[in-house]
Design a protein around this ligand. Structure first.
Ligand SMILES: [Zn+2]
Length: 345
């Protein structure tokens, strides 16, 4: 009786079929689990007469072994077919692998950093979400000063009782200068590259974020002559040895005196073209001697030390070098635009 049952189970497990893991698990539960068919047969084993125990025992072992082997074979078959479903084509060639390019803003930023590094400037960094104290107050923007309106930005947290505790997206990288000055003493010679934010309508010529690089040098006897010579060296390294510069008086709250610097238009060679609006000059940066108030606000003795600062827009310099007509292209992630810079270093 029990031998008939075992024979019929043996025939069943030999024919087991499954097309996925769930079906295999169902078969395992049916035959091999605690409450499965094979365990039920083993529970009956104690009722088998002593002289048949050896034969029945061997048959049960054979049944269990066959069921296990069949399930393993089904599992292997499914794993193999699942691998195949991934569409892995081992005959495909691995080359050519398409390499990306550096973003034009990164290329130009690295070039600017390289030029100033060779003149002894070291990199400094600071947070993009910054407090008013470092963005405005320590940079000589009084709480109600109209110069604050020149840089409308994005406020994250307003503090009605203390304006210096407002949190905002920095509108210039001068906040990094403030942080370096309040934690170290001269000589300070730093260059601060970073992303800055302004609340402006997005057009071909303006964006709500752009990239700045600011420089700061503070030491004894630093003069405007030093500033002019450093900027002339930069302009010649960046745009060619015959580049001329000119400085025009300007206003910034954190420098006194302040100036805007133009370079001779390297597209027309100074003769006048559409790019330089037929003046022969293009504006590239703002600069000046650090206002003594800024030094004092940041804990540096303005009677002992003087310094200069300058700031330039990476997008502006990139436009001059590569004549990108629309500022928005820098952040649109259009691969066709980025591929144009494959040859640039
Ligand atoms: Zn020109």
């Amino acid at each position: 009786m029990i031998l008939d049952k075992i024979e019929s189970l043996l025939a069943e497990v030999k024919e087991m079929k499954a097309s996925n893991a769930e079906e295999i698990e169902a078969l395992r539960l049916k035959y091999l689990s605690k409450k499965g068919e094979i365990n039920a047969v083993m529970a009956d084993f104690r009722n088998v007469p002593a002289d048949q125990k050896k034969e029945v025992g061997m048959k049960i072992n054979e049944l269990k072994q066959t069921a296990l082997e069949r399930l393993n074979a089904l599992r292997d078959a499914i794993e193999t077919s699942e691998d195949g479903d991934q569409g892995l084509d081992l005959t495909r060639t691995a080359y050519p692998i398409k390499l990306g390019t550096r973003h034009p803003l990164t290329i130009v930023k690295n070039e600017i950093i390289d030029i100033f590094s060779r003149m002894g400037f070291v990199l400094a960094d600071g947070p993009e979400a910054e407090d008013d104290l470092h963005v405005f107050t320590k940079m000589n923007f009084a709480a109600d000063h109209p110069a604050r309106d020149m840089q409308d930005t994005f406020f994250i947290e307003q503090n009605p009782n203390d304006v210096t505790k407002n949190i905002l997206l920095r509108s210039h990288t001068s906040s990094v200068q403030a942080r370096v000055m309040e934690t170290s003493q001269p000589p300070i010679r730093i260059i601060c590259p970073g992303r800055v934010y302004r609340n402006e309508a997005i057009t071909a010529r303006a964006h709500c974020f752009f990239h700045q690089i600011e420089g700061l040098y503070i030491d004894k006897n630093v003069s405007f002559t030093d500033l002019k010579q450093v900027l002339l060296t930069f302009a010649r390294e960046m745009f060619g040895a015959d580049t001329k510069i000119r400085l025009r008086p300007s206003y910034f709250p954190f420098t006194e005196p302040s100036a805007e610097m133009d370079i001779s238009c390297h597209i027309c060679g100074g003769k006048g073209c559409g790019f330089c609006k037929h003046t022969g000059w293009v504006e590239i940066l703002g600069c000046g001697m650090v206002d003594p108030n800024v030094l004092e606000l940041c804990g540096i003795d303005s009677k002992v030390y003087t310094g200069y600062a300058f700031g330039l827009g990476v997008e502006r310099i990139t436009n001059l070098k590569y004549q990108v007509s629309d500022l928005r292209m820098f952040s649109e992630n259009d691969v066709r635009f980025l591929e144009e810079f494959e040859g640039a270093k």
